[in-house]
Design a protein around this ligand. Structure first.
Ligand code: PEP
Length: 259
C-alpha cells in the first residue's frame, strides 16, 4: 500500500525563529506532540521522530556529491539535517533553468545519499490549453528518469521517491486543477514509469498533487485513489490551513489502511 504524504514547501519564507514557531504550531494543531523544526533537525533519525510521521526536507540539492560549487548544497551535506528533498520544482526550472537531465542527476544524487526525493513535474497553462499536458508530463518523467536505474532509485516500496504532479498554472495562483484531471495525470505518470521498467508498473510510487491546495479543496484530491497526498505551498505557511489539510489526508490514510 502506498503511503499518504503531505509535504509543506515553505520556499524562501520564514526565519529560523519563525520556522520553529510555525512547525510547533502546526505540530500542536495536528496533535503531534513535541515536534519543532529544531527538534527534528537535532535527531539522527528524522524520518519519523517519536513515530510522529513528521520529517524535515530540503528544497533542492546539487547534482554532485562534492566539489567547487560555491553556494550549493550537496545531498551528503544534508546528513542529519533532512531526510527528504524536493527536486525539479517549477520555480527551480524557471529561475535556475534546470533541465530534466539535470533534475534526473539531482534525483540520483539524493537517492545515493539516502534522501527520499519528491520529483516535481507539471505543464504550463499554454500546454494544457493546447491539449499537450499529458505529453509534457510524460516527457518530463522520461527526461528525468530515463538515464537512471529504477532499482537504484528504490521507488518500489514507496520510500525511495515520490512524484508531485504540479501544473505550473496552479502554483500560487489560487486556481487548482480538478481532482479528476490530477488523477488522470497520475495515471500518465505511472504509465511512463511502467515503460521505464519500474517494477509494479510504477504502482508503488506515490503521486502527490500540488497547486493551490487548501483545506477547501484537499478532499477533491484525496478522493482520487491515484493521488497519495499533496505538496502544499502557500497554505503550509498557515497553521490552521495546514493542520486541516493534514487532518483530511489522515482520514484518507486511515480509510485506505482499513480497506
Ligand atoms: C508549490 O510551490 O509547490 C505549491 C504547490 O505552491 P501553492 O500551494 O502555493 O500553489
Amino acid at each position: 500500500m502506498r503511503p499518504v504524504i503531505v509535504a509543506g514547501n515553505w520556499k524562501m519564507h520564514t526565519t529560523p525563529a519563525d520556522a520553529g514557531e510555525l512547525a510547533r504550531t502546526i505540530g500542536a494543531r495536528t496533535r503531534v506532540d513535541g515536534v519543532t523544526v529544531r527538534d527534528a533537525l537535532a535527531g539522527p533519525d528524522v524520518a519519523a521522530p517519536d513515530g510522529t510521521g513528521l520529517a524535515v526536507g530540503a528544497q533542492d540539492v546539487h547534482h554532485e556529491a562534492a566539489g567547487a560549487f560555491t553556494g550549493a548544497i550537496s545531498a551528503p551535506m544534508l546528513d542529519g539535517l533532512a531526510t527528504w528533498v524536493i527536486v525539479g520544482h517549477s520555480e527551480r526550472r524557471r529561475d535556475a533553468c534546470e533541465t530534466d537531465e539535470l533534475i534526473g542527476r539531482k534525483l540520483v544524487a539524493a537517492r545515493a545519499a539516502g534522501l527520499r526525493a519528491i520529483l516535481c513535474v507539471g505543464e504550463q497553462l499554454a500546454d494544457r490549453d493546447a491539449g499537450r499536458a499529458h505529453d509534457i508530463v510524460d516527457g518530463q518523467v522520461r527526461g528525468c528518469l530515463a538515464a537512471s536505474d529504477p532499482a537504484a532509485l528504490g521507488g518500489d516500496d514507496g520510500r525511495g521517491f515520490t512524484i508531485a504532479y504540479e501544473p505550473v498554472w496552479a502554483i500560487g495562483t489560487g486556481r487548482n486543477a480538478r481532482g479528476a484531471d490530477a488523477a488522470e495525470m497520475a495515471g500518465a505518470i505511472r504509465a511512463a514509469l511502467a515503460s521505464l521498467a519500474f517494477s509494479g508498473g510504477g504502482d508503488d510510487v506515490p503521486v502527490l498533487y500540488g497547486g493551490s491546495v487548501a483545506s477547501s479543496n484537499i478532499d477533491e484530491f484525496m478522493a482520487e485513489p491515484a493521488i497519495d497526498g499533496a505538496l502544499v505551498g502557500g497554505a503550509s505557511l498557515k497553521p490552521d490551513e495546514m493542520a486541516a489539510i493534514v487532518a483530511r489526508a489522515g482520514l484518507t490514510a486511515a480509510a485506505r489502511a482499513a480497506a
